[in-house]
Design a binder for this molecule. Structure first.
Ligand code: ATP
Ligand code: MG
Length: 187
């Protein structure tokens, strides 16, 4: 099954983000906007993993969570990967705090122990708001950077669990479910 490790935000914060980003969705653009129920911050995408290995991953997630204290995510700033002119992913920024970077590193090390390739790319924590198809050319997104810059949002979300998620791909877009939620208890 297709799995990933993520941080989920309280509903209240997801609703705030959805409202704060409404202006982006008013633009007529080839972007598939994510439902607020599906907002999350991915820490590690594992892809298709066989059932027996899922349990191993679940165990690593639990162990990492056990050695991590609850912390706050700081959210703010809108942007896009790879560029705002030719976006694939439109996002809300997440502050790469020391806690978040430690958690990411612990996860990478733990998962490397059971055979998952550590990420070599830089960690740019973000919350995906939409997926864009910019094949029609950068022209369609002219002015989008200004729309983004005009938005003003800052948020904070208390994180108490590390979640192993399952992704169900479908024509209507991906749906996610929580396979296992591990409490951050610290140590
Ligand atoms: P869709 O693929 O239908 O556009 P999605 O990307 O949300 O939807 P998944 O592809 O299952 O669904 O991805 C689940 C999560 O993992 C998402 O947060 C996604 O951004 C992230 N992700 C997917 N592929 C990768 C990858 N190669 N590297 C890093 N993160 C990834
Ligand atoms: Mg994807």
């Amino acid at each position: 099954m297709r799995i990933f490790v993520a941080l989920n935000l309280p509903k209240k914060e997801r609703t705030r983000i959805h409202r704060a980003s409404a202006r982006l969705r008013e633009e007529v653009l080839p972007v598939r906007w994510i439902d607020p129920e599906n907002y999350h911050v991915t820490l590690k995408f594992l892809g298709d993993v066989r059932q027996e290995h899922v349990l191993e991953v679940q165990e690593i997630v639990r162990r990492v969570a056990e050695s991590t204290l609850p912390f706050d995510l700081t959210l703010g700033g809108f942007g896009a990967f790879p560029t705002v002119r030719r976006p694939r992913v439109v996002w809300l920024g997440v502050d790469a705090s020391a806690e978040l970077r430690c958690l990411k590193q612990d996860l990478e090390w733990g998962l490397a122990d059971v055979g998952f390739e550590p990420e070599t790319r830089a960690f740019h924590p973000h919350l995906t708001l939409g997926r864009a198809d910019s094949r029609g050319g950068a022209g369609q997104f002219r002015g989008f950077d200004d729309v983004m810059a005009e938005l003003d949002f800052s948020g904070r979300a208390a994180i108490h669990t590390l979640d192993l998620m399952r992704s169900h791909l479908s024509r209507e877009g991906s749906r996610y479910s929580v396979l296992a939620s591990a409490r951050l208890t610290g140590r």
